[in-house]
Write a protein that binds this ligand. Structure first.
Ligand code: AMP
Length: 431
């Protein structure tokens, strides 16, 4: 294929300053929240062995991986998600760490998805995993973290769509349908292809009673917790594993509601997620202005055991930073601009350049955002450039003042100028 190498590769984007600023703002908010909940940050590689990443990611995502052979002949891939890497890290390097283990990671991921609004081939996620606890308070913590992150960046009216893998798997399992076949059905449900999922269940030997149960389940959805839980309980009454799972979901949601979470729940009994490793609750979060999920997660009790041989239940969430950015734009939310002084140091001629350089270093040492005029423009042109870029203060360096250990400080807004001793500059620059 002939490519225009002056353009970014399809699905890849440049982030110009304003967008890079937004992306980093969300990343910073995610990191702050990790600290608040006491999650430790870990950094794992972008490139991993293909087999690791492919193990439980599901057929759809497996097909979309960037896979290649490195120069040493290893079959490797760019990570399409964090969870496999975290599971590997915990299974090989943290098995004996005290439980629970709370880990945070943030970075770029790669999937050969069809590029469209909110869907890119390189995208960013903030990822939280709580490892070692089976209990509902662990699931509730991950859900509250999710809701907290979205509100901390200023998003409103977030909805968490929730279900429990154990309900669907409990039904299919009791019909003797094995896990890998269940996985194919889950993939279809993830794509909302319910007709095909039912057909396949029939092919796999599901009884007509089971198919009727599934059909009834697929119709159950809504936000009224009590009535939805009762309805599901009635439908899955003959499937004890499904009932246990329903009780587990109910317990988790009760905890969250008792804690007073901002996000609202939306229950959908036919909702599944494509990643194969989920064993408990699964969820996705939405804002009303965007019909694609801004985050998703769930409980995966068997994945780490797959790599370590040791039982290690876990629950986690991945929040899409690009999608949060998009949601913020749709809701008209901007990262708060911290009003701070920004100083422009202007030497009035060439002989003052060294002095300007020295003064700019003094200011930066005092934590003041400072740049120096490097274009050697005239004073008036430098000042109009400063105006255009919303610089708050200009410092004009001239030989007469410097001889007296002073400079001219100009407040760009009020246009008031005064002579200031160099050592007094840091305390004079305020907004
Ligand atoms: P998943 O594990 O596939 O549900 O992904 C978790 C989150 O990552 C999603 O809810 C999105 O916010 C984000 N995400 C997944 N795929 C993409 C993509 N191709 N482009 C941008 N964000 C994505």
């Amino acid at each position: 294929m002939v490519s225009n190498f002056r353009q970014t590769v399809r699905g890849m984007r440049d982030f110009l300053p304003e967008d890079a600023w937004k992306l980093r703002f969300i990343e910073d908010s995610a990191r702050k929240l990790a600290r608040l909940y006491n999650y430790d940050e870990v950094i794992t590689p972008v490139i991993e062995h293909y087999e690791l990443l492919a193990a439980k990611i599901g057929e759809e995502n497996r097909k979309r991986m960037y896979v290649f052979e490195d120069l040493g002949g290893r079959r490797v891939a760019l990570r399409p998600e964090f969870t496999a890497s975290i599971a590997r890290l915990v299974a090989t390097k943290m098995v004996s760490a005290p439980k629970p283990i709370r880990l945070f990671s943030v970075g770029s991921l790669y999937r050969y998805d069809e590029p469209q609004l909110g869907r890119y081939r390189e995208f960013w996620q903030a990822n939280y995993e709580l490892i070692g606890s089976k209990n509902p308070e662990a699931d509730a913590e991950i859900l509250s973290l999710t809701s907290n992150l979205l509100s901390s960046v200023g998003l409103k009216n977030c909805v968490i769509k929730i279900n429990h893998m154990g309900i669907l798997r409990g039904i299919l399992g009791s019909e003797g349908i094995l896990e890998d076949k269940q996985n194919v059905i889950m993939q279809l449900l993830d794509k909302k292809d319910r007709e095909k999922a039912l057909k396949l269940a029939e092919e796999y030997g599901a009884t007509s009673r089971c198919l009727e149960t599934l059909k009834s389940l697929f119709r159950i959805r809504g936000s009224d917790k009590k009535s939805i839980i009762n309805e599901i309980a009635r439908v899955v009454n003959n499937y004890p594993d499904a009932l246990n799972s329903l009780n587990n979901m109910s317990e988790i949601v009760n905890l969250i509601e008792y804690g007073g979470l901002e996000a609202k729940f939306y229950f959908e009994a036919g909702f599944a997620r494509g990643l194969e490793y989920y064993t408990g609750i699964i969820f996705e979060t939405y804002v009303p202005e965007l019909n694609i999920a801004v985050g998703g997660g769930g409980r995966y009790d068997k994945l780490i055991e797959l790599f370590s041989g040791i039982e290690m239940p876990a629950v986690g969430v991945a929040l899409g930073i690009d999608r949060i950015m998009l949601a913020m734009e749709k809701q008209g939310v901007n990262p708060p601009k911290h009003e701070v002084a920004r100083v422009f140091v202007i030497p009035i001629n060439e002989s003052m350049v060294a002095e300007a350089f020295k003064i700019s270093l003094i200011l930066r040492r005092n934590g003041i955002i400072t740049e120096i005029e490097t274009m050697r423009r005239s004073l008036s042109r430098s000042l109009s450039d400063a105006n255009r870029r919303e610089i708050t203060h200009a410092i004009i360096i001239g030989p007469k003042e410097v001889k007296e250990g002073k400079v001219v400080l100009r407040d760009m807004k009020s246009k008031v100028q005064e002579e200031v001793k160099i050592e007094d500059l840091p305390s004079k620059i305020r907004i």
